[in-house]
Write a protein that binds this ligand. Structure first.
Ligand code: AMX
Length: 438
């Protein structure tokens, strides 16, 4: 922790004068105008948030601290000499410090996470008492809330001894604990819902993501550990405006602690237009596969399926994006993994055919801004190949991953002393009175 703290502090000391100068010398500079469409269109395109950890380019996708996901996957330390996947906990380090950690640093981080991973009895009792048919995301959100009394930020704030300049230290402390605890919590929910509560103890010799895959207990192969590592690395962060990151940031801006804030973020991730899309997408693929009698589909058949989905008033899950304007690079990296590991899997073949058939159908609507697949179009397909086919659980895996980005962003928000968020809202009448009707 001391090393991590030192690195974050050193980076913050470098950035603080720039931040102060921006505020002082350029505080009134314009970053663009706000149009009526932006106001009624979900605030799209309005540059009104600072999120230090990552930046999304509409064409090339997300960069973690300036590095593309391909670069992260290559440069981040690996679990073993044979693994080709950058470790997600190493991406956590990168998001926090702007540095690729050494193997020794990742090892130390993993030891720290293992030390903090124990769940209090109050949490295990609560989780074990929940009905099996309660959605796993609801259970995860409740589990995170049940951990809130352990928050170091909350305790120190309450005691009245914490200086404003030390907020980030306690947010970092809580973030490490939350990231450590979220994987055993998520695994516990999985084993309760699908395996009658037969839990698999953690393996402290494994890395954070490898151990999570191990505790899920559906597949012992190294390949399943690797796809879990890849999934968790790819989903860690997607700049600050997406629903889960923004919600975590917004709640945190009221100085709610990391458990309260991330639990709220998880609730946003549980929506079908955001994180739940991976569950919806696999369901759509499975349904299409079954309706076709398991045979390989023609592009014409899939085109008809896609049109039918649109005609029934539904969205085609796994396609489109709020900001990206080309195929999601996270989709491409998963596709490379699938091609190398299970090119003949029927659902992978189907997903590939969808890649050809669906974009023209969406384009023909004339309104979809990005007809290309997003990360969710393939993540479920990858997981089901390794027996993780309980699609209702998929968004939980996403939430385990997204904790890395949301928590590192929260550390930086407190470091920069960002204020409580309070955008201005207006009424329709106000808009009517403020536009030029002539
Ligand atoms: N299927 C059908 N219609 C779609 C569509 C899709 N995949 N993507 C966009 N559209 C529609 C929108 O519903 C909207 O229709 P409306 O004007 O009648 O309301 C219109 O096209 C314009 O939308 P947009 O500006 O292109 O997208 P958006 O920013 O409003 O929404 C998103 C983005 C992701 C919610 C949308 O593309 C969608 O619903 N996709 C399917 C769900 C999905 O895959 N979500 C996962 C996103 C990634 C993630 O967060 N995990």
């Amino acid at each position: 922790v001391a090393t991590l703290q030192g690195k974050i502090k050193a980076l913050a000391e470098k950035k603080a004068p720039i931040f102060q100068r921006l505020k002082k010398e350029h505080g009134d500079d314009s970053l663009g105008e706000v149009t009526v469409n932006m106001c009624i269109g979900g605030a799209r395109g309005i540059k009104c948030l600072v999120s230090e950890t990552s930046l999304l380019d509409p064409m090339e996708g997300i960069r973690y601290r300036g590095r593309t996901l391909e670069e992260c996957n290559q440069q981040l330390p690996k679990a073993s000499a044979t693994s080709k996947v950058g470790l997600p906990e190493a991406s956590f380090w990168l998001l926090l410090t702007d540095e690729i950690p050494t193997d020794a640093e990742v090892k130390a981080l993993n030891e720290e996470l293992h030390k903090r991973a124990t769940l209090p009895e109050s949490t295990t009792k609560l989780i074990d008492s929940l009905p099996k048919d309660m959605h796993p995301m609801t259970q995860l959100s409740m589990g995170l809330l049940s951990l809130q009394p352990t928050s170091s930020f909350q305790k120190n704030y309450r005691s009245g001894t914490m200086k404003k300049t030390d907020y980030w230290v306690h947010v970092l402390d809580d973030s490490l604990s939350l990231v450590a605890q979220i994987s055993p919590l998520a695994a516990r929910i999985f084993r309760n819902v699908y395996f009658d509560g037969k839990h698999i103890p953690a393996d402290p010799s494994l890395d954070w993501a490898g151990n999570y895959a191990h505790m899920l207990g559906v597949n012992n192969s190294e390949a399943f550990k690797d796809i879990t590592r890849l999934y968790l690395m790819l989903h860690a962060d997607h700049e600050g405006g997406n629903v889960s990151a923004h919600t975590t940031h917004l709640v945190g801006s009221a100085l709610s602690d990391p458990y309260l804030s991330y639990s709220a973020g998880v609730n946003g991730l549980a929506g079908p237009l955001h994180g739940l899309a991976n569950q919806e997408c696999l369901r759509w693929l499975k349904n299409t596969h079954a309706t076709l009698g398991g045979k390989e589909p023609t592009i014409d058949e899939l085109t008809k399926f896609a049109k039918d989905t649109l005609a029934s008033g539904k969205v085609i899950p796994g396609f489109g994006h709020g900001v990206l304007r080309k195929t999601d690079p996270r989709y491409m990296i998963q596709r490379d993994f699938a091609e190398a590991n299970f090119p003949d899997d029927p659902l992978f073949k189907l997903a590939n055919a969808c890649y050809k058939a669906i974009p023209p159908v969406l384009e023909a609507t004339g309104k979809v801004k990005n007809p290309w697949p997003n990360v969710d179009a393939l993540s479920g397909t990858c997981m089901q190949y390794y027996n993780l086919d309980q699609e209702d659980y998929y968004t939980v895996v996403f939430a385990v991953s997204r904790s890395l980005g949301c928590m590192s962003n929260m550390v930086w928000s407190r470091l920069m002393g960002l204020p409580i968020e309070r955008p201005k809202s207006v009424t329709v009448d106000w808009l009517v009175n403020h536009v030029d009707w002539s």
